[in-house]
Design a protein around this ligand. Sequence first.
Ligand SMILES: *Cc1c(COP(=O)(O)O)cnc(C)c1O
Length: 415
Amino acid sequence: MQKKINEFLAVELEKLQEQKLFKNERIIESPQGAEIIVKGKKCLNFCANNYLGLSSHPDLIKASHEEIDRRGYGLSSVRFICGTQDIHKELEKKVSEFLGMEDTILFSSCFDANGAVFEPLLGENDAIITDALNHASIIDGIRLCKAQRWIYKHGDMRDVEEIDPANDKMAKGLERCLKEAKAAGCRFIMVATDGSFSMDGDIAKLDQICDVAEKYEALVMVDDSHSTGFLGKTGRGTHEYRGVMGRVDIITTTFGKALGGASGGCISSSKEIINWMRNKARPYLFSNTVAPAVVGGTLKVMEILMASTELRDKLERNTKYFREKMTAAGFDIIPGDHPIVAIMFGKYPDCSKLAVDFANKMLEEGIYVIAFSFPVVAKGKDRIRVQVSAGHSQEHLEKAIAAFTKVGKELKMIP
Ligand SMILES: *Cc1c(COP(=O)(O)O)cnc(C)c1O
């Protein structure tokens, strides 16, 4: 074994610890759910992407077991050799129907879907216009493709270029980027955005994005990982929430969050784009097919969500209740509709330490939440991020709000 790199990394890891950037993993000793066991102690989980409470739902576990019995454990193949079963086609059809798109292609993860989606479609004469706060997997997917790149200031739709006071750097709005790409003679232009942004819980203004993209004949691509299953009246996602179903060209999303939370992802689009992906997308062609257990569970999720809006309705009620009570208690919360609720610490002295201390005290109270501090978020934007779930009961929510209020008073944040 080469010692040199290990010695180098030992020093670097030490630095991460000193900078408080080292990621410590807390170990869960139970299934995922509203109630989990950490270090032998029961606590309420308020930091999972388990938006619909489906992660350990008995119907999913049953469906998943049944699919293992019917179609086996693994396929030992990529899709185009011998890794496509009837159930993979069935799931692609159901997801297309759910999202209101023509066709769908499955991937092992949404990270793979985003790694796949750009490169086969866009070359050096094309352009990608991307929101500055897009997910890491979109950024990496764009890196894999040769298209020219424009970055627009987060959520800024305007035809402007100006100094961003947040970082003193020049920044452009979406329309300015589109105008420049058009003037550069780009053949295809694609706007790429997260549907919901995971740090603030803000929701992309897809209606405005579609308006301005259409003006410049640009495609719109949305990664709806933090929206699919619950945003919009029937939970179809950000396009439904913003009233632009049928106007979005490409949706990527994950089965690893609201839709059962195991793994898997997909691209949904026109039948031509999806067929092209089946022939050209490298994470599809050269990586294993999604396991039958996951397909079976996700098929059951589709069935549940298309039969009733009960779960997303409950999530909406829970989110509203939690946001109202926390605001009334005096906390500084980024307003909105999303079950990601960012409780901000910037207005208090020594806010980074305060946020971390707060999260630790919450765990002592039996509530599992996570603090995000500089440099993960901008200076002064330190926060605790809560994720509300349909799996939370009224009692769970009340317990969490009571604990927040108690710790908030102890730390002199609220009167
Ligand atoms: C979580 C997430 C992903 C990754 O999804 P996986 O299926 O876990 O790979 C991609 N994009 C966004 C916006 C996400 O939030």
